[in-house]
Ligand binder design. Structure first.
Ligand code: AVI
Length: 360
């Protein structure tokens, strides 16, 4: 008799992602599937790896430019609130919060993240800074939860750090920022962290570290299918691959089948056949050139205010404000998108969990 397996039930979107991605050709799985509780912990470990320069470099820029960022973002009349998309444990945000506490009596902080345990860690570390920090977490996928920003009173600085924008196709990145733009008022700002194009000799190890943490992070997507959908993936039968695509200015991650195999996924009633060497495309991580960044802001209705980079020019923080005339970039298709986006948003908001009620 086979051993009994306990399945954590997958969300319908995750099941859909897997059915579509592994049913299609070439095979792919969207990177949002990385971030269950185990994947989020592995990602936290990645951010501390010696090869993964992104987090350290961005934190270094924030350490030196936090006061200047706030000065450029601030409106003299009102307190500034911070909203953070994909906040995780909000490790980098503490620098900005400390700087903001020197300028105003109280800081309202609205982190949005799918990972509730990461938000709990954020709460503990930020509460330790000062009781003047008011914490309003939202457990949600920030692509759905960003509409919450539209209803906040006062001036906002929206933080979208860590180069997460790089995991979107450029047109999807612009569409996401356009949706964000629709939630902001004149006087609000966006601080966007973006990893810049650089030598593959630096990029490749950042996505294929010696300790194998990124390989585990990548393979966790198969482990998650096993846990949540009754998949039968043998993780040793797949190889982690990270490659630089020069033409598209992006790092690409794959899981490559080491030999021919067929894998059953019980809850999807699916059997997926792999040839030897066949790949599942799991992630793109775009590395921006200044031109790509300029187009991103132009296409999404933002005006670039100021750029900060580290001395080596590896990473950039961009401060942007909503452009004055949104009609020039919002096409009628976008407006329809926005309307259905709002309907989805309302639906999503009903499902959101707000941790601990109001501020604490
Ligand atoms: C979250 N995101 C910005 C990371 C990146 O660098 O693209 C995800 C990651 N993938 C592999 N390592 C880290």
């Amino acid at each position: 008799m086979g051993a009994l397996r306990t399945l954590q039930v997958a969300l319908p979107e995750a099941a859909n992602d897997v059915a579509q991605g592994l049913g299609g050709r070439p095979k792919s799985l969207p990177p949002r599937l990385f971030y269950d509780a185990i994947g989020s912990r592995l990602f936290e470990r990645i951010t501390r790896l010696p090869e993964y320069y992104l987090t350290r470099t961005e934190s270094g820029i924030l350490d030196t430019c936090a006061a200047e960022v706030l000065q450029r973002a601030e409106s003299p009349a009102a307190n500034l609130s911070l909203v953070e998309l994909g906040a995780g444990t909000a490790a980098k945000t503490s620098t900005l919060i400390r700087a903001l506490l020197r300028r105003q009596l109280q800081v309202e902080f609205y982190p949005i993240d799918v990972c509730e345990s990461a938000l709990q860690v954020a709460r503990q570390s930020l509460m330790a800074i000062s009781p003047r920090v008011k914490f309003h977490p939202l457990v949600a996928d920030y692509t759905q939860g960003l509409g919450a920003a539209a209803h906040l009173p006062g001036r906002k600085l929206v933080l979208y750090l860590g180069s997460s924008i790089g995991n979107f196709e450029p047109e999807d990145a612009a569409a996401l920022l356009r949706r964000l733009r629709c939630c902001l008022q004149g006087g609000d700002s966006l601080l966007l962290g973006v990893d810049l194009a650089k030598s593959p000799a630096l990029l490749a190890p950042a996505y294929n570290d010696r300790a194998g943490v990124t390989a585990r992070f990548n393979k966790n997507v198969l482990a998650r299918i096993n846990r949540e959908l009754g998949g039968h993936f043998d993780l040793r039968a797949f190889r982690h691959v990270a490659e630089w695509n020069h033409t598209r200015s992006r790092m690409e991650m794959y899981l490559e089948s080491r030999w021919p195999q067929a894998v059953a996924i019980d809850l999807l009633d699916m059997r997926v056949a792999f040839a030897a060497g066949e790949r599942i495309h799991t992630e793109n991580s775009y590395k921006y050139t200044p031109l790509m960044a300029r187009s991103l802001f132009q296409d999404s209705g933002f005006e670039l205010e100021q750029t900060w980079t580290d001395q080596r020019g590896w990473f950039a923080l961009y401060l942007a404000k909503p452009a004055r005339e949104p009609s020039s970039f919002v096409s009628s298709a976008d407006r329809d998108d926005h309307r259905s986006g709002l309907a989805n948003q309302r639906q999503a908001n009903r499902q959101l969990t707000i941790l601990g009620g109001n501020a604490s």
